[in-house]
Design a protein around this ligand. Structure first.
Ligand code: GA4
Length: 340
C-alpha cells in the first residue's frame, strides 16, 4: 500500500492510497460454477493462483439475499444513537470508522454479529425494540444458506486436493462450537472535502494526470478465518493484491459471491481492501467461517510429504485469533507463528 497522506477529519484520520483516476476492472478473477463437475479442480487452481475467486450458481436464494440487504439498509439508515444501541464491536456490535482495537480507521460503519441467533437478538432488540423478527429471520436464512455453500466449496477443495475425508475442513464450520462471524458493512458515499482529487503531495499542483488519491474504506488486510464469503450490492470499491504486489479492482457483481480461502500456509488468504466511493453507497455482507476455539491449526498431514517440515509452530485457533486481534489490520498475522 502506498499511503500518500492522511489528514485529520474531526477526530479521525483517514488513510489515502494512490489510485488511477479511472477505475479499470481486473478481468482475470477466476469464476467457479458450483454446478459444473470441473469446479473442484478450478477451485484448487484459483486458490493456488489468487487465493480468491467468484462463485456463480451458488444456491443461495436471491430472495434471502434481497431480504437481508433491505433489512441491512434499514439498520444503517437509522440515526447514529439508535445504531449505537447494538453496543460496541468488542467483539460484537455496531462500529463506526474505528476498526479493531489498535487504531485502524476507515470510511465505513458496520455491524459485527455471531452465528448464534439468540445472541444477535439480544444485541438487536435495544435497537428495534421487540420488532426485529424480520431482521432476525433474514439473518438466519442467509447465514444458513451461505454456510451450506461454504461447506460445499471446502469439500470440493478437499476433493480437488485428494484429501480424505472430504469434510475435514467443512466439519469445522458445522461444529456447534464453530467460531464463525458475520459482518455487515456500509460504506456511505464519501464527501468531496475528504477526497481531494488533485495534489497528492501537498505542493499545490497536479502531479500526474492519471493519478489521484482515494479514501480508504477498509484498509488492506488478510482475513484470519478458514474461508470468507462476501456478497455486496452493485458498487465497486473492493480491490485485491496480486502476487506481483499490484492492486486491482474487482468488478462488482451483486448476484455472485467472492470467496477467499486460507489453509495452513499452502494457500495464503488474499490481501484485500475497500476504497470509498464518492457517489454510491456500498453494502457488503461477509460470512467468516472459523473453527472451534480449541481447534489446533496445523498442516493437514495428507498435504505433507514425509520429508516436509511444518513452517509453523502448533497453535490453536484461540491463540491465533488472540494474536490477530492484537494486531493492526495490515500486519502479517502468520509471521508470529513462523519458526525462525
Ligand atoms: C478481518 C476479518 C474480519 O472482518 C474480522 C476483523 C477484525 C475486526 O474488525 O474486529 C480485525 C481484522 C479482522 C483482523 C485484525 C484485527 C481484528 C480488525 C483488526 C485490526 C472481524 C476478523 O475476524 O479479523
Amino acid at each position: 500500500m502506498v499511503v500518500v497522506s492522511s489528514k485529520p477529519a474531526k477526530t479521525e484520520q483517514y488513510s489515502y492510497v494512490k489510485t488511477s483516476k479511472t477505475t479499470t476492472f481486473f478481468p482475470g478473477i477466476p469464476v467457479i460454477d458450483l454446478k459444473k463437475p470441473e469446479s473442484k479442480n478450478m477451485i484448487v487452481k484459483a486458490c493456488e493462483e489468487f487465493g480468491f475467486f467468484k462463485v456463480v450458481n451458488h444456491g443461495v436464494p436471491m430472495k434471502a439475499i434481497c431480504e437481508l440487504e433491505s433489512e441491512t439498509e434499514g439498520f444503517f439508515s437509522l440515526p447514529l444513537e439508535q445504531k449505537q444501541k447494538a453496543g460496541t464491536p468488542n467483539p460484537f456490535g455496531y462500529g463506526n470508522k474505528r476498526i479493531g482495537r489498535n487504531g485502524d480507521v476507515g470510511w465505513v460503519e458496520y455491524l459485527l454479529l455471531t452465528t448464534n441467533h439468540d445472541y444477535n437478538s439480544r444485541r438487536l432488540s435495544p435497537v428495534f425494540g421487540t420488532n426485529h423478527d424480520k431482521f432476525r429471520s433474514a439473518l438466519k436464512e442467509y447465514m444458513g444458506a451461505v454456510r451450506k455453500m461454504a461447506c460445499e466449496v471446502l469439500e470440493l477443495l478437499a476433493e480437488g486436493l485428494k484429501i480424505e475425508p472430504k469434510n475435514v475442513l467443512s466439519k469445522l464450520l458445522m461444529d456447534k462450537e464453530s467460531d464463525s462471524i458475520f459482518r455487515l458493512n456500509h460504506y456511505p458515499p464519501c464527501p468531496p472535502h475528504l477526497q481531494p482529487n488533485n495534489n497528492i503531495n501537498g505542493n499545490g499542483g497536479e502531479i500526474d494526470n492519471n493519478n489521484t488519491k482515494s479514501v480508504v474504506g477498509f484498509g488492506e488486510h488478510t482475513d484470519p478465518q478458514i474461508i470468507s464469503l462476501l456478497r455486496s450490492n452493485n458498487t465497486s470499491g473492493l480491490q485485491i493484491c496480486l502476487k506481483d504486489g499490484s492492486w486491482v479492482s474487482v468488478p462488482p457483481d451483486h448476484t455472485s459471491f467472492f470467496i477467499n480461502v486460507m489453509s495452513n500456509g499452502r494457500f495464503k488468504s488474499v490481501r484485500h481492501r475497500v476504497l470509498a466511493n464518492g457517489l454510491q453507497s456500498r453494502v457488503s455482507m461477509i460470512y467468516f467461517g472459523g473453527p472451534p476455539l480449541t481447534q489446533t491449526i496445523a498442516p493437514l498431514p495428507s498435504l505433507m510429504q514425509p520429508k516436509d517440515m511444518s513452517l509453523y509452530k502448533h497453535f490453536t485457533w484461540f491463540d491465533y485469533k488472540k494474536s490477530a486481534y492484537a494486531s493492526r489490520l495490515a500486519d502479517n498475522r502468520l509471521a508470529h507463528f513462523h519458526y525462525t
